[in-house]
Design a protein around this ligand. Structure first.
Ligand SMILES: Cc1cc2nc3c(=O)[nH]c(=O)nc-3n(C[C@H](O)[C@H](O)[C@H](O)COP(=O)(O)OP(=O)(O)OC[C@H]3O[C@@H](n4cnc5c(N)ncnc54)[C@H](O)[C@@H]3O)c2cc1C
Length: 519
């Protein structure tokens, strides 16, 4: 096999039409900087590029399920997939699952980074031990639904003979669970200057920046104004993630900064900027509770719409200038460039369109779930919120569907037509939770924004918030780690008594929630 030619790939040049000219459904490459690099040598400029990789499975071999992603949806799916029936090939740029609801806590050291990740091999051991199952650390950039192949590019680290290194994997069934990307609304300067909070390395960068700013501000000769700027942490977006991060930051300031950075402690400030109301999807009493609690904890709440972001300040639509030392952006998520580039039906909002069985109609053997997927308009169902709760339950639903059709020989490509799929996926919202810092959280058990139902705020809710997540995809190792870290902080147990917990209440809530969250 020769890789001698640096092909000016037709795929790249024509933005996907190359595939169509050849009668192939190929999605365009979107990673423009790398797209025209290495493909196998082909006969002429108009030949399809040929990639090394895994060819289609042969008769007698187990069907191969290719899974894109290692997030909530993909991991829940892989965890329960029957590996006596299927081989699994998982492709993802990261080799672990991130326990996103607890990510904010790692930025300020409440939790260790290792406690919020779970290696994918531990979630599905067949990936490491089964002869025909693999994990490939790569990003998928294209899918050929006719040939049943995905095209991937490895993460570059300078260790491969050709970089970027591209390969293909043929599938019998394809499960796309590639998540979403933060929305920036095209606002100038956001990508360059703001931090996002989606991955562990983001949390690490935020922590590093925060500590660096604290240390820099102690240097001699730093003006009052500059100190204030360096130690002004601004969070944009008052959804659950923005609120949780602001709460964690204010906790950190109260808990650690006051003791460890006494010279500059009075300069540290957290401001949460939101265009409308914070936590707009929560019950009105919970919103009020959160507002009061955050204000009492020293978080400044500001109404405003960001117009542009500069390296040291942001400008709001009304002209207000807000200097900052740390800027965290959390204004929701939307379809990723990869999802946008796929030549597949789309749901309202641009996610991959799916039917009630999470299939992508009009192509065979392709399923999509989690943040990257949404019900097609003609299904009459709403696009579900981008939540771990949704992703995880879709993962569980799909693995049961796969195990069922696999038992009836429907696992191979083009073989599931006559399989009984069973009941369609039905989503029942179990409620929303958000922590607001200082061992307080909100639990809203209403099924929708306008429905009536139970809501609760305070320490008991915080316990529920933490414990509900302990039972999810993660291993016992991490449950123990997180459980241990839960009560690690000075004043934790003392505060419990100060708060006069109703233990019956805790028992009731915990039982209730663990039943509801069990899947
Ligand atoms: C800080 C934070 C806090 C949150 N808190 C909550 C909460 O409290 N409750 C709740 O319900 N939800 C919460 N969410 C939302 C929740 O995390 C998401 O809804 C959930 O992660 C979606 O799962 P997913 O599997 O669809 O996508 P993700 O978990 O985002 O996983 C996507 C996967 O796809 C991979 N990938 C991306 N592109 C490609 C590609 N081209 N090829 C292959 N792989 C690819 C990614 O590396 C990743 O492994 C939170 C999110 C964040 C960021």
């Amino acid at each position: 096999m020769a890789f001698s030619r640096v092909a000016r790939s037709g795929l790249r040049r024509t933005g996907g039409t190359f595939g169509k000219q050849k009668g192939i459904r190929v999605t365009p490459q979107y990673q423009s900087a790398t797209a025209e690099r290495i493909v196998e040598e082909s006969e002429s400029e108009f030949d399809e590029p040929r990639y090394p990789g895994l060819e289609a499975t042969k008769p007698g071999e187990k069907p191969r399920v290719v899974v894109l992603g290692t997030g909530w949806a993909a991991c829940r799916f892989m965890k329960g997939l029957d590996t006596r029936i299927y081989d699994i090939v998982c492709v993802s740029p990261r080799n672990h699952m991130v326990f996103t609801p607890l990510l904010a806590s790692t930025c300020v050291g409440t939790l260790e980074f290792r406690s919020v990740v779970e290696p994918v091999n531990r979630i599905q051991s067949a990936l490491a031990t089964s002869p025909n199952s693999y994990f490939y650390m790569a990003s998928c950039f294209s899918v050929d639904t006719d040939k049943h192949e995905v095209y991937c590019e490895t993460i570059s680290n300078g260790g491969l003979p050709h970089e970027p290194y591209q390969f293909k994997v043929a599938y019998d069934k394809l499960v796309i669970a590639a998540g979403s990307e933060p929305l920036t609304f095209g606002i100038k300067g956001v990508q360059e200057h703001a931090f996002f909070l989606r991955e562990v390395n983001h949390a690490q960068e935020i922590r590093k920046k925060l500590l660096l700013n604290l240390m820099l501000s102690e240097n001699p000769g730093i003006s009052e104004e500059e100190k204030k700027r360096l130690l002004h942490c601004v969070v944009i977006g008052g959804g659950p993630t923005g609120v949780e991060f602001s709460g964690e930051l204010s906790d950190f300031i109260m808990r650690d900064v006051r003791d460890r950075y006494t010279h500059v402690k009075d300069y540290v400030k957290v401001t949460l900027i939101e265009a409308n109301e914070i936590l707009s999807s929560f019950d009105v009493s919970l919103r009020q509770y959160a507002t009061n609690h955050l204000t009492k904890s020293g978080v400044g709440l500001m109404r405003g719409v960001v117009k542009e972001v500069h390296p040291k300040n942001i400008v709001l639509n009304d002209g207000t200038n807000v200097p900052y030392g740390l800027l965290v952006w959390s204004t929701g998520v939307g379809p990723s460039q990869f999802v946008k580039s796929l030549d597949l039906p789309k749901a309202p909002g641009g996610r991959i369109g799916i039917d009630e069985w999470l299939r992508v109609p009009s192509v065979e053997d392709v399923f999509a779930l989690g943040d990257c997927a949404g019900f097609l308009e003609n299904s009459g169902r709403p696009v579900l919120p981008a939540l771990a709760q949704v992703a995880e339950r879709q993962g569980k639903y799909l693995l049961e569907l796969f195990n069922r059709i696999g038992k009836h020989d429907g696992g191979k490509a083009f073989s599931a037509k006559d399989s009984v799929l069973g009941d369609p996926f039905v989503y029942k919202h179990l409620g929303s939770m958000a922590s607001v810092g200082r061992y307080k959280a909100l639990v809203d058990l209403r099924q929708s924004k306008d429905a009536k139902g139970l809501s609760h705020a305070g320490f008991v809710s915080w316990l529920i918030w933490r414990s509900a997540y302990l039972t999810r995809v993660i291993s016992w190792r991490n449950r123990v780690l997180r459980g241990g870290e839960l009560g690690n902080h000075p004043g934790f147990w003392q505060r419990q008594f100060q708060d006069r917990i109703g233990w019956d209440g805790i028992r009731w809530f915990t039982q209730n929630m663990s039943q509801q969250w069990r899947c």
